[in-house]
Design a protein around this ligand. Structure first.
Ligand code: ZN
Length: 133
């Protein structure tokens, strides 16, 4: 994985893909979806959620909400700079795929049925993100 220009990550640490569990690999690298309600959750004092592949900050605890979908849900990303959105027409559905901007890992999808004020629901695979204090 090559470093994006001007990457400011002081550790410059892109985890080798073989550090990922099989499910993490399938989700982040192949766009798979973890089974709903399969993720065990995050530490209680988690404040920030980072990409499991490259540690880029992706979501904040303030924007996490319980959607009942079985996947971690957020009303907005950490900033508009950290993710990219792509039209996804797989499985006969038109959805918007969400990826880590830094390393291109698949994270999940964004839907327009979230809470105010954004009205967005970022439906994210729990295995694609790590909770940090
Ligand atoms: Zn990443």
């Amino acid at each position: 994985m090559k470093n994006k220009r001007g990457a400011m990550d002081k550790t410059s640490k892109i985890k080798p893909k073989n550090d990922l569990s099989l499910l993490q690999y399938k989700v982040t690298q192949e766009g798979a979806t973890e089974p709903p309600f399969s993720h065990s959750g995050f530490e209680k004092d988690t404040k920030v959620f980072v990409c499991v592949c490259c540690d880029s900050k992706l979501f904040k605890i303030e924007n996490k909400f319980e959607s009942g979908s079985g996947w971690p849900s957020f009303s907005s990303p950490y900033s508009s700079e950290v993710i990219t959105e792509h039209r996804d027409e797989s499985y006969g559905m038109i959805r918007t795929e969400v990826k880590c901007k830094k390393c291109n890992a698949h994270l999940g999808h964004v839907f327009e049925d979230g809470p105010e004020p954004t009205g967005l629901r970022y439906c994210i695979n729990g295995v694609a993100i790590d909770g940090k204090k």
